[in-house]
Write a protein that binds this ligand. Structure first.
Ligand code: ADP
Ligand code: MG
Length: 255
């Protein structure tokens, strides 16, 4: 049924900052297994929605259900443990840690082990920690970073840093992955690689919400697209429907 397929439902979300309604009664239904685009001009409320869905903001009004469980009001770490992972609009890595260690930081949340145990595990014979390192290696392989596993994150080219962030989010073994403008600042070849990785993540069964300004990326990976403008949903449909929607075109022209 329709409800079986709906993995996340945000109902009538309001997010007020002083006199500004960054989100004004937005409904969002995310179907399992899809890539759901969230687009709109700058300041339209996209990142705010992501922050509401991940518990960084507690909505002024409205509810969020994930997998049938009410998550609005829960902490970001509780929501992450429930299976929602994210990347940020600005890269947030541990610059002096290696690519592998950055993935291990993501893994320690899902394994429930202490970060210290994992990070000092080089000499350890603990099976648990060996498993974590093996899983980190497999995630780095998945995002195409095997060759850079031991590099400090800050030394990676920008495009690779973005992929590492995605890898760290995948370490949580999420059911839903939120990507906030992953293609921002990337070169054309990097965008192509990112697009392939997004398709691979979808292929592995993870549902994705994608905020993105690069329309070619949106058009090639999204199954459905929701358009925000001034905190309100102004359109929703397939990429082709959205592309021809006059309200959407006007929203972008007016920005
Ligand atoms: P988008 O990601 O679509 O560019 P945002 O969600 O970042 O837009 O912002 C939507 C609106 O909410 C903007 O006007 C922004 O200035 C405002 N806003 C976002 N976060 C805050 C905050 N923490 N405090 C006050 N205003 C905020
Ligand atoms: Mg934003």
């Amino acid at each position: 049924s329709q409800t079986d397929r709906c993995i996340l439902s945000a109902d009538q979300i309001v997010m007020q900052f002083g006199g500004l309604k960054a989100l004004n009664r937005v409904d969002l239904q995310i179907m399992k297994g899809t890539v759901h685009g969230l687009i709109g001009p700058n300041g339209s409320g996209k990142s705010t929605m992501m922050n509401v869905l991940t518990g960084i903001y507690f909505p002024t009004d409205g509810k969020v259900n994930y997998g049938g469980i009410l998550i609005s009001g829960k902490t970001p770490s509780a929501i992450a443990l429930a299976g929602i992972a994210r990347t940020f609009q600005n890269v947030q890595l541990f610059g002096e840690m290696s690519a592998t260690e950055n993935i291990l930081v993501g893994l320690h949340h899902s394994f429930g082990s202490s970060l210290w145990d994992i990070l000092v595990a080089n000499r350890s014979d603990s099976r648990h920690e060996a498993n974590a390192r093996q899983r980190a290696a497999s995630i780095l392989g998945f995002v195409g970073l095997s060759d850079l596993a031991d590099e400090e994150a800050r030394n990676l080219p920008y495009g690779k840093q973005r992929l590492l962030e995605i890898g760290r989010a995948l370490a949580l073994n999420p059911g839903l992955l939120l990507l906030d403008e992953p293609a921002a600042g990337l070169t054309a070849p990097d965008i192509k690689e990112l697009t392939e990785i997004i398709k691979k993540i979808k292929g592995s069964g993870v549902t994705i919400i994608l905020i993105e300004h690069h329309m070619d990326v949106v058009m090639s990976v999204c199954d459905i697209v929701t358009v925000l403008d001034f905190g309100q949903k102004i359109a929703e449909g397939t990429p082709a429907e959205i592309q021809g929607d006059t309200r959407v075109i006007e929203a972008y022209l007016g920005s």
